[in-house]
Design a protein around this ligand. Structure first.
Ligand SMILES: Cc1cc2nc3c(=O)[nH]c(=O)nc-3n(C[C@H](O)[C@H](O)[C@H](O)COP(=O)(O)OP(=O)(O)OC[C@H]3O[C@@H](n4cnc5c(N)ncnc54)[C@H](O)[C@@H]3O)c2cc1C
Length: 614
């Protein structure tokens, strides 16, 4: 009796299951319906797609738009840009594929009601930078979600997906997923012919700068909990570039975006003494990365690097000079609106700290590292490329299918393709949706079969933290530390501390080496053992428990990749102190990993980088 007998099990059958209804998930849902008129398309989301994912609060700019209708940029230009920014290593086939379709996506957004700012003189979209266009984007996510809602047969909100299900006849084929309703605790079994993982990136795997009272204040969304990586990793999918975790330069304490300030308001930075400092680090940086420092624009990581070196040399704080730009009332308005549509918290922080950027130049700082696949970084799953463009070695049948049959991904989930942002993530979702429809249509009379045993076993595993807590809670009368269980928050803080100290977080100045990584892996292994004793007092904590599981597995992947790549490819994102220089002779390649669930071993390999665009 007890816990398991009261719970309802809900079965949901579909042709295509989309996990995560953020930008990529909405794109995948929309496009699956377009090509698969008669297919059953289901979207499952742990929050509510109306306001879920990294775009929940809105955005002020769409960061990936070619402007091909006005001959502003071509897809090849975007590939060159992303390749340059990622120090030479991107999947050019995947990037090109997104770039050639992304404008059509943005035009759909406008058709659906997203207000895009126009240049009054030319009538073109108002550019913030070469790739960015400005929007009134507070309602960006609800607008996009409406299209997905209308396209899906069913949207299941408030279901946290914990595991994928595998086909009982073919071990390398996906057959669905399981999860639980975070409001009523029902267990969900999703049986599907194809699954598209669109579960966003990962915050809170490294200790954030704000702890305690400000712990939820991170740059990337605090609910981005690495499911996008953990779900495929557990299913045996290969991952790529997981070491390429991103560090952002942002306004201090509120993580407010700086792009519009630099690009549109033409602000600049200076050190504590009012001096320009970036050029003083030029020779030093060149000695580490060679000609990459001369590229235009200067790669994001190298701009971080100069700031970090200046801070270490005692030149901090680094400030953005806003006082000049803010004398112009138009620019002042743009500066504030930039936050109000996207990061209201930054305006609140400034108000609370007596900072008016018209009179005070605000401080900048670098964030803790995040894992994602859609920004100036490209961690994620290793995916098959487009048939008309990808090199043969990058193709195993269906576009955006991982190395597991029937398992697709998009957005932050897919590795090797930086700079897709919101519009590119939606576009990649569309690409994956179309490919998944083809996959399902080609299955014929050979659909995957779900093993009853597998989901019944998983049900016990999924709800175990509730049981562990119920049994162990009477051993203590107060406090949160128990001899029999660990609460998710304690586990999270342990993870963040060890990633911070051993795998190059903020307190280690993003620096690590082989001995540190080795110890980090040992501590991760111990943490994984203790995850068996997670205790959850309610469904909310049960969700936290599974988010922690996913974060820990993704962290292990990051650590393994960081160990494997014996060079410092992206100074400013992280440093291998034992291999401080970029090493193009040995490491102009992708890193790939595969986790073997039965043995707990990670298999690492290199994959070639093909430069398709000259
Ligand atoms: C602070 C910030 C600023 C940004 N600024 C810009 C900008 O100005 N312009 C721009 O174009 N882009 C910007 N981006 C990037 C953009 O938001 C992302 O590229 C995009 O949202 C990625 O899409 P995604 O679908 O992969 O992830 P998301 O949009 O985050 O969606 C992931 C979804 O998966 C759900 N999910 C996660 N785990 C599970 C699970 N286990 N079960 C069920 N559901 C799950 C989440 O709730 C979420 O809805 C910004 C991002 C951030 C965080």
């Amino acid at each position: 009796m007890g816990l398991f007998s009261r719970r309802k099990t809900v079965f949901v059958d579909s042709d295509i299951l989309v996990i995560g209804g953020g930008m990529a998930g909405c794109g995948a849902t929309y496009e699956s319906r377009y090509w698969g008129r008669d297919l059953k398309v289901v979207c499952v989301e742990k929050a509510n797609i109306e306001r879920s994912g990294a775009v929940a609060q809105g955005l002020y700019a769409i960061n990936c738009y070619m402007g091909m209708q006005w001959d502003e940029n071509q897809p090849e230009d975007h590939v060159r840009y992303a390749r340059n920014d990622l120090m030479g290593l991107v999947r050019e086939d995947l990037g090109y594929d997104i770039a050639r379709h992304v404008d059509a996506t943005v035009h759909k957004f406008e058709e659906w009601g997203l207000p895009i700012m126009k240049d009054p003189e030319t009538g073109r979209y108002q550019r913030e930078g070469k790739w960015q266009i400005m929007i009134h984007g507070e309602s960006y996510k609800p607008i996009v979600a409406e299209a997905a809602r209308k396209a899906a047969n069913e949207v299941h909100n408030r279901i946290m997906v914990t595991h994928l299900l595998m086909d009982k006849t073919k071990p390398n084929r996906v057959a669905g997923a399981v999860g639980f309703n975070v409001r009523n605790g029902d267990f969900y079994v999703f049986r599907a012919k194809a699954v598209i993982v669109c579960a966003g990136g990962a915050s809170h795997i490294y200790k954030p700068r704000a702890v305690g009272e400000g712990m939820g204040r991170t740059w990337y969304a605090p609910w981005s909990s690495a499911s996008a990586y953990a779900l495929p990793i557990l299913a045996g999918a290969k991952m790529t570039q997981m070491e390429n975790r991103i560090v952002l330069t942002r306004f201090k304490d509120g993580y407010g975006p700086v792009g519009a300030y630099f690009l549109h308001l033409k602000t600049y930075t200076e050190n504590a003494y009012g001096e320009e400092y970036e050029s003083t680090w030029y020779e030093h940086t060149k000695s580490l990365v060679g000609d990459y420092v001369d590229r235009h624009p200067v790669p994001t990581c190298l701009r971080n690097h100069a700031l970090l070196e200046e801070l270490k040399a005692g030149g901090g704080p680094i400030r953005m000079v806003t006082k000049e730009a803010f004398q112009d009332p138009h620019k002042e308005t743009v500066g504030w609106e930039n936050f109000l549509g996207m990061t209201i918290g930054q305006a609140v922080v400034w108000a609370s700290q007596n900072i008016d950027p018209k009179h005070t130049n605000p401080e900048l700082t670098t964030s803790e590292p995040y894992v994602m696949g859609s920004h100036a970084t490209c961690s994620g799953a290793w995916a098959s490329g487009p048939t008309d463009y990808a090199p043969a070695e990058y193709q195993w049948g269906y576009n955006r299918m991982m190395t597991v049959d029937g398992l697709f991904g998009a957005g932050d989930t897919i590795g090797g393709t930086a700079h897709k942002f919101s519009s590119g993530s939606f576009t990649e979702g569309r690409i994956a949706g179309k490919a998944a429809v083809n996959y399902v249509n080609d299955l014929g009379n050979d659909p995957p079969q779900v093993s009853e045993q597998e989901y019944q076993d998983l049900e016990k595993v999924v709800f175990q933290p509730l049981e562990t807590y119920r049994v162990g809670r009477n051993e203590i009368v107060a406090g949160t530390v128990s001899p029999s269980y660990m609460l998710p928050l304690n586990g999270l803080q342990r993870l963040e501390k060890l990633m911070d100290e051993y795998v190059g977080g903020i307190s280690a100045h993003y620096t690590t080496n082989e001995p540190l990584l080795t110890r980090g892996l040992e501590l991760l292994a111990m943490l994984k053992e203790d995850l068996n004793y997670l205790g959850a007092e309610d469904l909310h904590q049960l969700q936290r428990a599974w988010e922690l599981h996913h974060r820990v597995l993704a962290s292990e992947s990051v650590t393994q990749h960081t160990m494997f790549r014996t060079e410092t490819r992206w100074p400013g994102y992280y440093y291998r102190a034992d291999h401080p220089k970029l090493d193009d002779a040995d490491w102009h390649c992708f890193t790939l990993s595969r986790f073997h669930k039965d043995t707990g071993e990670w298999e690492m390999e290199k994959a070639p980088v093909y430069h398709i665009v000259d």
